[in-house]
Design a protein around this ligand. Structure first.
Ligand code: NDP
Length: 327
């Protein structure tokens, strides 16, 4: 369609957004024939707003044919007006000496306000992706704060974990990433997430069977994927941004355009699948079609995988418990 769609992005002057906005405006997320209007939200302070202006000047200088408009905002009830996509990237980073509960509380405040704003002014079909950490819990807070919007419209990003896991498997096998199917990452975007290759296949063969090295899986693969963010900070001196932005594009494009039967990982509110309590925003393997995702059901768990699922669920429940009195 040639009618432009409105895309709200928060934390628009941050690192991840700097790697993301150009790609949205060039059509990588919604397709090369879909014009977009960017509704950009930043903190009201002068420094953040000035930085946002700078990013918008650069976006202008790209002369993107699909970029029909851009707005700078500091109030979510204006930034989210009629938006069909909301990419919630901005969040409060952990400050020096900050306790985990303080961090959770600071973010609870941001995502309560943003959930309410979406509820009040966004398109009733808005597709929401939460990137800002703790992403699953922030998505849960936004969803709980937006009772008039469909629950299934709130998602959290586990796609970077999924992509990291795909690449580690591909490298180990010496094969292209594109040949690997049916990978899943379960649970929280955090150190307890569980990348699960038991169902993965490559050209019809089991990836687990091809690799045939359980010690590598448990002692190398799992910690490599879980600690990849820290390894990148160590190497680059800054947190990953290009790969995070790529994961945003992948998550939204697949949600909107479909996966043609492939599995991808999305953090979505549970409907009780695999015994996860309703509404917990949990990483599941999903397929997407017609603008909707469907959790892949009927997979079996062994003792190891059951234990990993319980650990990541326990982490999510403890995050929820730390903030639920604030909602
Ligand atoms: P980034 O753009 O680097 O990160 C933004 C969020 O994404 C953080 O929560 C971060 O989590 C998460 N993230 C970063 N990398 C990854 C990754 N590889 N995988 C998954 N998640 C990732 O942060 P900046 O500090 O550069 O920018 C944040 C911006 O947000 C600032 O400009 C700030 O002003 C703004 N902000 C806006 C708000 C608003 O619009 N209301 C509210 C709060 C902040 P982690 O910290 O764990 O890396």
């Amino acid at each position: 369609s040639t009618k432009p769609v409105r895309i709200a992005v928060t934390g628009a002057a941050g690192q991840v957004s700097y790697a993301l906005l150009y790609r949205i405006a060039s059509g990588e997320m919604l397709g090369k024939d879909q014009p977009v209007i960017l509704q950009l939200l930043e903190l009201p302070n002068e420094k953040a707003q000035a930085a946002l202006k700078g990013v918008m000047m650069e976006l202008e200088d790209c002369a993107f044919p699909l970029l029909y408009g851009m707005e700078a905002h500091s109030d979510p009830t204006i930034a989210f007006k009629d938006t069909e996509y909301a990419l919630l990237v901005g969040s409060r980073p952990r400050g020096p000496g900050m306790e985990r509960t303080e961090l959770l509380a600071a973010n609870a405040q941001i995502f309560t306000a943003q959930g309410k704003a979406l509820d009040a002014v966004a398109s009733r079909n808005v597709k929401v992706l939460v990137v800002g950490n703790p992403a699953n819990t922030n998505a849960w807070i936004a969803m709980q704060s937006a009772p008039s919007l469909p629950r299934e419209n709130f998602t959290a990003m586990l796609r970077l974990d999924h992509n990291r896991a795909l690449s580690q498997l591909a490298i180990r096998m010496g094969k292209p990433v594109s040949l690997i199917k049916y990978l899943a990452v379960w649970g929280n975007h955090g150190s307890t997430m569980y990348p699960d290759y038991r169902f993965a296949s490559m050209e019809g063969e089991s990836v687990k069977g091809i690799i045939n090295d359980d010690a590598w899986y448990k002692d190398v693969f799992l910690p490599t994927v879980a600690k990849r963010g820290a390894a990148i900070i160590e190497a680059r001196g800054q947190s990953s941004a290009g790969s995070a932005a790529t994961a945003v594009i992948d998550h939204m494009r697949d949600w909107v355009m479909g996966t043609q039967g492939r599995w991808v990982t999305m953090g979505v509110p549970s409907n009780g699948e695999y015994g996860i309590p309703k509404n917990v925003v949990f990483g599941y393997p999903v397929t997407c079609s017609g603008g909707k995702y469907t959790v892949v059901e009927g997979l079996e768990f062994d003792e190891f995988s059951q234990d990993r699922i319980e650990r990541t669920l326990a982490e999510l429940i403890s995050e929820q418990d730390a903030v639920k009195h604030l909602l």
